[in-house]
Design a protein around this ligand. Structure first.
Ligand SMILES: Cc1cc2nc3c(=O)[nH]c(=O)nc-3n(C[C@H](O)[C@H](O)[C@H](O)COP(=O)(O)O)c2cc1C
Length: 323
């Protein structure tokens, strides 16, 4: 598989990143991806999903990083969704524990980039438009992750799909661009590289892995999902793609009504993601999931996800040649 600038920047063998996933991107998952030659990412809040959690999020993250360090000697990263990471001490954990890479998302790159760069940490920032990619580049990030509207979890307001967002971002910046949203196999990886990406980030594919902390019912729901089983809600404030269920239908119903803000807030709540991702409540929980779930057919090890893609890329490329 092609070695890109991203491999050199991150000191990894293959330009494949496992995306940060709130509450469920754990040390075992990140280490498995990094051991297979990609870059694993720990979610900054994953410790709070552990049974051993005692209420100190920074200490929980420190323990998670130590666990990953005991499982791999390869680089791995931590994801900090900006809007949700107001506590400075959480950021300082990455610095103190000498994490090599962070990904930042869902907010302005001007907030944390300098802090991490000054500590010698590589910064990759998630963007959903050309304007935001240019801003991130100007702030000094090492690469941008261009995430299309197909992606699981929070999405950009402008509804740009990866196929059109990615080449426009590639044309607009000089730093490497990582493609995210809608990629789950070697075909997606080759397509992203053809559009100019120097790496890919996948989330949904990595939910359905043996190492992921997601509840088994969530993993099985991803495998069962077809092309039309995800939905975007929260279009007015923060669009989010999740599996369709009782909760999302109720949210969409309320969003269509005027004067429903109060009830809407109540239904969306704060605990839905924990209920879905960690407790496996398929009807009343939130289950962040990309439209690509229809391509995910099995629960396998995270290392196998990487190895399969690396093994299949040459066949996809060969199928494009004239015989
Ligand atoms: C279950 C789940 C949780 C996610 N949580 C986060 C998160 O906390 N922070 C973040 O930056 N991205 C998050 N994402 C987005 C992923 O990091 C990744 O960019 C995205 O999943 C790529 O698109 P895909 O789902 O089509 O693979 C999440 C995605 C999923 C599926």
């Amino acid at each position: 598989m092609k070695r890109t600038r991203l491999c050199d920047i991150l000191d990894i063998e293959y330009p494949i990143i496992q995306g940060g996933m709130t509450l469920i991107a754990n040390a075992e998952l990140a280490a498995a991806v990094s051991n297979a030659g990609g870059l694993g990412i720990i979610a900054a809040n994953v410790g709070s999903a552990r049974l051993s959690y005692t209420g100190n999020l920074a200490e929980a993250l420190r323990q998670e990083i130590h666990l990953a360090q005991s499982l791999t000697d390869k680089p791995f990263g931590v994801n900090y969704p900006i809007g949700e990471t107001e506590r400075r001490e959480l950021l300082e954990v990455a610095v103190a524990e000498k994490v090599k890479v962070v990904t930042t998302s869902a907010g302005s790159p001007s907030l944390y980039t300098k802090f991490f760069k000054d500590a010698g940490i590589k910064v990759l920032h998630v963007v959903a438009s050309v304007r935001h990619a240019k801003k991130a580049e100007a702030e000094g990030v090492d690469a941008v992750i261009a995430e299309g509207y197909e992606a699981g979890g929070h999405n950009g307001l402008d509804e740009l799909p990866t196929m059109v967002l990615l080449p426009q971002v590639v044309d607009a910046v000089f730093i490497p661009v990582v493609a995210a949203g809608g990629i789950a196999d070697a075909r997606g990886v080759v397509a992203a590289l053809a559009l100019g990406a120097e790496g890919v980030q996948m989330g949904t594919r990595f939910v359905a892995t043996t190492e992921c902390l997601a509840h088994p019912r969530f993993k099985e729901a991803v495998v069962r999902a077809s092309d039309t089983d995800t939905v975007i809600w929260g279009r007015r404030l923060g669009p989010t793609r999740t599996l369709k269920n009782k909760k999302t239908f109720k949210i969409l119903e309320l969003e269509a009504l005027e004067d429903s803000a109060g009830e809407l807030q109540e239904v969306v709540g704060n605990e839905g993601t924990r209920q879905g991702h960690v407790e496996g409540d398929l009807e009343n929980g939130m289950l962040d999931c990309g439209a690509v779930a229809g391509l995910v057919k099995d629960i396998i090890s995270a290392g196998e996800v990487v190895r399969r893609i690396v093994a299949e890329v040459p066949y996809v490329l060969a199928s494009l040649q004239q015989s």
